[in-house]
Design a protein around this ligand. Sequence first.
Ligand SMILES: Cc1cc2nc3c(=O)[nH]c(=O)nc-3n(C[C@H](O)[C@H](O)[C@H](O)COP(=O)(O)O)c2cc1C
Length: 208
Amino acid sequence: MKIRKTMLALAVGTCLCAAAETIQLPKPDADSGVTVTQALKARRSTRAFSEREIPLETLAGLLWAANGYNRPDKRTNATGLNKQTTEIYVCMKKGTYRYDAKANALVKACDVDLRPAIADWQTFAAKAPLALLIVSDVSDPVYAKKWPTLTHYDAGIVSGNVYLYCAANGLATVCRGTMDRDALKKALNLSDKKILHLNHPVGFPVAK
Ligand SMILES: Cc1cc2nc3c(=O)[nH]c(=O)nc-3n(C[C@H](O)[C@H](O)[C@H](O)COP(=O)(O)O)c2cc1C
């Protein structure tokens, strides 16, 4: 355990000077999947994943469903006070990217594979081809003054969208509060105003 944490810390330390790189996502297919009631029937937590990579088209749809724009200035996920301060990082073998919902693009945040830090002691989670990390920015004074937990509910709504998109599109996922928050914060150079709420490893289910 100690060796694994040390190796992770070393990997994370090399990550702060990541080269800028942007991946333009394909236009999300807003008509994929099944009915909402069929998705609700299929929704479940799955903790085993095939190694098969997720196509970029599917990732684009997943991110749009989670936190994308479905109106010019509003999202697929509701947010308290319409603050829209919740965002998603995509952790993959080739590095970690921030989802830029407005540009429909992935912006490189870190060169290191952060799936082990996402998994922490639940090692099954590092086997998924990618994990979504749900983060909120709480620098707006309204959070500290009036409603410190508001973004926690926002994150829960994003998580629900992820579950439903996965259920509707044949993907496996599980919502997790477990993760090595210190390692992730350091690797992604996140300030204390960023809350790492939940993560979702996502992959295709293991063939039966
Ligand atoms: C806020 C939250 C945190 C969770 N954290 C974890 C976690 O750290 N690890 C895990 O394996 N499952 C986690 N789960 C998944 C629950 O264990 C799972 O939803 C529950 O067992 C019910 O199973 P179902 O989703 O298949 O209905 C979490 C779920 C929620 C909503």
